[in-house]
Design a protein around this ligand. Structure first.
Ligand code: PLP
Length: 425
């Protein structure tokens, strides 16, 4: 406005064509809404003097059409009102966002609503264990790392000898287990809980199928779903010949009481006689803890209420580290899942925040673990290699890594939106 000496509405029209709103969650708690009084208290100088708007006019910017609640200022509405391009962060999230924000486009059929999607990706070099990167260097095309989105390069993963791939995974898994023992010892010390040498060494089993669950403890992610039937879980975890263990980590939002209660519940189960050395909760979740987990787990569990996981990215990190995914068909997994490279829980039903499908999801989760995952993991040849498991790991790496990475993602943003927006301006 100042530079070109134009009105607010003129400036708004120009910027509209240059703006892109990437919406990140369909969960209401993830979207900031500010009350009129707070807006007036903090921004009155700005909207009245700089923008030349009344409080009502300014409040209208944070309201989608015909959603006239001039007492609240919704940041997602602000972004949509002022962006020509809007996208979700997975295909499913794009579709869900059309429903969620249809009020913004009242005259349009759902199909015509201009909300697209670009599926998230991970920065492979930041999230893949160095020993696996070395292996890729050795067996993939020499130029694989200069463009990670070339499918043909990743297909060469099939040339990696099973024993080399497995050996690297075991190194990372042992690192995770050592790290978890040390962390648990430290946590216990801080609380005055004694850990004998024996306790320390018996905590977690290097030969057990190791399941990881680490993320924010938002309630829709249902961190304690697997505890639904502790007797059944006991049978799964404590099978002498086919032991299974679970490592949890994560933090709740300070204001999310239900999320904190999940952590308390996990902590309590980890002291249950039946699960003492089989279930651990690692405190102080951060990038370092996450790194050990995504690099070292055999299986990554994700069980949100569909369709609230806009994308999810931790499962992608597990892929390039040679772990397998077991997940609800939500976010990225809804488009990544194939039966030969991982497992699904439930079907494509949306429940949003209702517990309607919790029972069937948990039944499915136990069944897949008991009948498919555990048997395949422990089906080892005379050299101790789980051939069918490794076959899946290779398929998972070669079919998924080329797509769920930031090279592909950034190019998609550039081609679909950024270049157009720049030219519009
Ligand atoms: C990748 C990552 C996340 C995001 O994981 P989701 O699967 O999207 O929940 C959160 N925290 C850390 C530390 C991560 O590395």
């Amino acid at each position: 406005m100042n530079k070109n000496n134009i009105s607010f509405s003129e400036a708004q029209k120009i910027n509209y064509k240059n703006n892109i709103f990437t919406t990140h969650t369909p969960v209401p708690a993830g979207i900031d809404i500010f009350h009129r009084e707070l807006i007036s208290k903090c921004l009155s100088e700005y909207y009245s003097k700089e923008l030349n708007l009344s409080l009502d006019e300014f409040m209208q910017l944070g309201n989608i059409p015909n959603f006239k609640d001039l007492n609240s200022f919704n940041m997602a509405h602000l972004a949509m009102n002022n962006s020509m391009y809007i996208n979700g962060v997975s295909k499913l999230h794009g579709i869900v966002s059309k429903d969620l924000w249809s009020d913004r486009f009242q005259s349009l059929d759902k199909d015509a609503i201009p909300i697209g999607s670009i599926t998230n990706g991970i920065h492979i070099k930041s999230h893949t264990a160095p020993n696996l990167q070395k292996l890729f260097k050795k067996y993939l095309d020499g130029f694989w790392e200069y463009d990670l989105s070339i499918k043909d390069n990743w297909e060469l993963v099939k040339n990696i000898p099973d024993n080399e791939l497995w050996q690297m995974h075991i190194v990372n898994k042992n690192n995770l287990i050592n790290f978890s023992r040390e962390s648990t010892l430290k946590q216990n010390n801080e609380k005055g809980i004694e850990t004998s040498k024996n306790n320390f060494e018996n905590l977690l089993d290097n030969n057990a199928l190791t399941i990881g669950f680490a993320r924010r403890f938002a309630t829709y992610k249902r961190a304690t779903l697997i505890f639904n039937d502790l007797d059944r879980l006991d049978k799964i975890l404590n099978n002498k010949n086919k032991p299974v263990q679970i490592i949890f980590a994560g933090k709740a939002h300070p204001k999310d009481q239900a999320g904190k209660e999940f952590i308390q519940a996990i902590y309590k189960v980890s002291f249950d006689e039946r699960f003492k050395n089989k279930i651990v909760f690692l405190e102080n979740y951060n990038l370092e803890v996450a790194k050990y987990l995504v690099c070292g787990c055999d299986l990554w569990l994700n069980n949100p209420r569909r369709p609230l996981e806009a994308s999810g990215t931790s499962g992608m990190k597990v892929v390039t580290n040679g772990g397998l995914n077991l997940s609800i068909l939500d976010g990225w997994w809804d488009e990544a899942y194939q039966s030969e490279l991982g497992w699904k829980i439930g079907d494509r039903q949306n429940t949003f925040n209702s517990a309607e499908n919790d029972e069937t999801d948990i039944e499915d989760l136990y069944k897949v673990l008991e009948n498919e995952i555990v048997p395949i993991y422990f089906d080892k040849d005379e050299n101790g290699l789980p051939n069918l498991w490794i076959e899946r790991v290779k398929r998972s790496i070669s079919e998924l890594s080329y797509y769920f990475n930031t090279d592909r993602m950034v190019m998609e943003y550039f081609n679909k939106y950024y270049l157009k927006a720049y030219n519009n301006f």
